[in-house]
Design a protein around this ligand. Structure first.
Ligand code: ZN
Ligand code: ZN
Length: 393
């Protein structure tokens, strides 16, 4: 007997939406997801899962065991919100001022609870086990690492890792499932240019770090346009530049920050070394000293080809033929990549925008919201992907 997870999930829609709206009203920042975690733990315990809290500070793990041995499937959901003041006027608007679920992680957590319910119904047919992990601190790219350091990938060791992100770049009903690299590896860089301050009317007595910073910003634009193979993908954005406060004072130092995004290790190496050469060379030429720190944030997110093929087949019945997008990629980053760096798996982008209802603001926008029809679909997709591994047809 084939299971119709979409039928089951659709019947649960009111409950899934209620979970999501409650979480949306009570958003919590990275590593502070205590209310969210206790709701998750309570719900999983009620279902009879083996539950562990406080994994990676505020993370929760639930294990759904089957009737016999078999593969262990890891399902990952993230729970954290962002330091953004919500500008929506819905009945479920954030009650926690200055904090907002502007990325859809409220939806991911609700989907996770729904998937636990959906799979629990078929426990008697489950060969293997499902390890549901509810992760903190995705937005600062520290939660996955924290859970791994607390042993989330040990005992049982997952054979495959699956996850999803609601995705407002595509309409509800469409689903992106891409073989190979799908999201970029991200680095943060921070630059200090040290000069010698002085009077704005006597620049010859100073070594102007602000001028050097301006040249550095310009020259960094040459890295992607002149050093990277045009057939490769890379982004280098300077996103912060601070120097000086007064109109008549040349400041002693300038501070810059930005991000580097790449799909390939070799491209990252070229971009990082050009970054070093440009910052050092220009600062030196203009009489300043420089300090540059490059901090790796996440590796590129790579979907295993075999897992992606199997999952694509499993979810195909729930998606219109032309709505399965095999080439959706972004230069955004995700710390799911840290799990997928260790365990073969697949990360799915579930369309959640609805232009007619104005539910199409981008992620991290103060008016971000999504079409909740994506919630049961997302739950059905993940449940059927898990079933492909642990519930024989
Ligand atoms: Zn986000
Ligand atoms: Zn996100």
């Amino acid at each position: 007997m084939n299971i119709d997870f979409l039928h089951d999930a659709t019947a649960m829609t009111d409950q899934i939406v209620a979970w999501r709206r409650d979480l949306h009203q009570h958003p919590e920042l990275a590593f502070q997801e205590t209310r969210t975690a206790s709701i998750v733990a309570q719900e999983l315990q009620t279902l009879g899962l083996e539950v562990q809290s406080g994994v990676g500070q505020t993370g929760v793990v639930g294990i759904l065991g089957g009737i016999s041995d078999g593969p262990t499937v890891l399902l990952r959901f993230d729970m954290d919100a962002l330091p953004i003041t919500e500008e929506n006027e819905t009945e479920y608007v954030s009650k926690n001022k200055g904090v907002m679920h502007a990325c859809g992680h409220d939806g991911h957590t609700a989907i996770g609870l729904a998937v636990a319910h959906l799979l629990n119904r078929y426990r008697g047919r489950l060969h293997g086990q499902v390890k549901l992990i509810f992760q903190p601190a995705e937005e600062i790219a520290q939660g996955a690492q924290a859970m791994i350091e607390d042993g989330v990938l040990d005992d049982p060791v997952p054979d495959v890792a699956l996850g999803l992100h609601l995705w407002n770049a595509i309409p509800v009903g469409q689903v992106g499932i891409t073989r190979g690299t799908m999201m970029a590896g991200a680095d943060i860089f921070e630059i200090t240019i040290q000069g010698k301050g002085g009077h704005g009317a006597a620049p010859h007595q100073t070594r102007d770090p602000l001028l050097a910073a301006a040249h550095v910003v310009n020259a960094l634009q040459s890295v992607v346009s002149r050093n990277i193979d045009p057939l490769d993908s890379a982004v280098l954005s300077v996103t912060s530049l601070n120097a000086g406060t007064a109109f008549n004072v040349i400041p002693p130092a300038a501070h810059l920050k930005g991000t580097l995004r790449t799909y390939k290790h070799s491209v990252r190496t070229v971009a990082a070394s050009r970054l070093v050469e440009i910052v050092e060379g220009i600062s030196h030429a203009l009489g300043c000293e420089s300090k540059l720190d490059i901090t790796p944030l996440t590796p590129p997110l790579v979907n295993d080809p075999e897992v992606t093929t199997l999952v694509s087949q499993a979810i195909a019945p729930y998606i219109e033929p032309n709505a399965l997008l095999p080439d959706l990629r972004t230069m955004g980053a995700e710390d799911m990549a840290i799990f997928l760096d260790r365990i073969p798996g697949c990360f799915i982008l579930v369309g959640s925008a609805n232009d007619r209802r104005n539910l199409n603001y981008p992620h991290h926008h103060p008016r971000f919201d999504f079409d909740e029809a994506a919630l049961p679909l997302g739950a059905a997709i993940l449940a059927s992907a898990v079933a492909a591994y642990v519930i024989p047809g």
